[in-house]
Design a binder for this molecule. Structure first.
Ligand code: GN1
Ligand code: MG
Length: 362
């Protein structure tokens, strides 16, 4: 057994598993929830998670969304290709899709076998698959009515709201300022006007509310271990009504940054055009039919905005004392913010080239 605390085994075995637990080990490197892989004597594996209820205040709604998604996916199998939506496993006695214990909220889902994730993209072929995975997912959920999905995280990806929160935190933060924090505040001040681009288009009815994944960064796309093709999108807590642009922007900012979002301080950060071309080819190849011309018009804005927004979120958390994103060391969220701001600069510097790529695929 791989260092499985007895309490974790008891929590996993409270769910309707097909056999006793043989191993439990931390899985992935999420910034919000705690995630473990659970192996069982039956040979089947599962994903056990403790939801961060400081972030997801109503975890029951998260589970209801997951159920709606999985019911929808069962009615919409993708013909001729492998595509999996993780299944929710019920508690063996209550029949609920969760275990509440000691103020904690736990849930168990199926594990996607024979698949891998990447923390940063190395080749256009990988980028194409990450884009294709998001496109298949958008296609799959495009006819899931948004009224079947609760808003589990109000304000998520609403950039003007993050900006207002940042303004408050900046005023009240006791944190010692330094050259790097000064650079960040100036960077944000120069881009305040950007913040409303997607929300204004939504308010004016030019962009429509639709079901989204909410967090399609590269390591949430599972690729077949043998062929490298995308077979699943995982981390479904943020599936809720939103703009597909939040997802497109998040996927681009994550997949086209070869240094990765955990790049060490001072590492050169650039937005890679070849990877961008591949992500969008993969994405539009699978999702073009779900998008309007106006949707396509906003792809560049989405890439720039979501990179900027994530930088703003990391920086705000740094100023607030690292209370939202798990961090490994003091200054970690500042380092992460700088990576996203450098990426935003690179996107801005290549605006024409990115727009040309989008036009070529329209
Ligand atoms: C958080 O926990 P994780 O790593 O799946 C965050 C995303 C960010 C991401 C950056 C609910 O996701 O929005 O893009 O960190 N999720 C939430 O790595 O805030
Ligand atoms: Mg996530």
């Amino acid at each position: 057994m791989a260092a499985a605390a007895p309490e974790l085994v008891a929590i996993a075995e409270a769910f309707a598993l097909p056999g006793p637990v043989t191993a439990i080990a931390p899985l992935g490197n999420g910034n919000v929830n705690a995630t473990y892989r659970v192996d069982t004597a039956s040979g089947e594996s599962f994903v056990l998670q403790r939801l961060n209820t400081a972030v997801f205040a109503e975890p029951e709604l998260v589970m209801a969304n997951l159920q709606s998604l999985s019911t929808h996916a069962q009615q919409r199998p993708l013909a001729g290709q492998r595509w999996e939506v993780p299944r929710v496993i019920q508690h063996r006695h209550s029949g609920q899709p969760w275990l509440k214990a000691g103020g904690e909220f736990w849930r168990l889902t199926s594990f996607v076998n024979d698949a891998v994730t990447l923390d940063a993209i190395a080749t256009p072929a990988q980028a194409m698959q990450v884009g294709r995975g998001l496109g298949l997912f958008h296609n799959l959920i495009s006819d899931l009515p948004t009224d079947r999905l609760a808003d589990t995280l109000p304000g998520f990806h609403i950039t003007p709201t993050y900006l207002a929160a940042y303004d408050q935190i900046l005023q009240s933060s006791q944190l010692q300022r330094c050259e790097r924090t000064g650079w960040c505040t100036a960077f944000i001040a120069a881009r305040r006007g950007l913040a409303t681009v997607l929300e204004t288009a939504k308010a004016e009815g030019r962009l429509l509310l639709r079901p989204i994944h909410g967090d399609p960064k590269v390591n949430n796309v599972m690729l077949c271990a043998r062929t490298g093709v995308a077979v699943s999108l995982v981390d479904l807590d943020t599936v809720k009504p939103g703009l597909v642009h939040y997802d497109i922007g998040d996927c681009l900012r994550s997949a086209c940054n070869p240094a990765g979002e955990e790049a060490p301080p001072g590492a050169p950060i650039h937005f890679d055009l070849e990877l961008c071309q591949a992500v969008l080819e993969g994405y539009l190849g699978a999702a073009r039919a779900c998008l309007s011309e106006v949707d396509i018009d906003h792809i560049f804005a989405a890439a720039r905005l979501i990179s900027f927004e994530l930088g703003l979120r990391f920086f705000s958390d740094h100023l607030a004392g690292d209370i939202y994103f798990r961090s490994q060391r003091p200054g970690h969220n500042l380092e992460r913010a700088l990576v996203q701001f450098k990426l935003t600069e690179s996107i801005e510097a290549q605006e024409q080239a990115i727009r040309t790529i989008v036009e070529g695929l329209r």
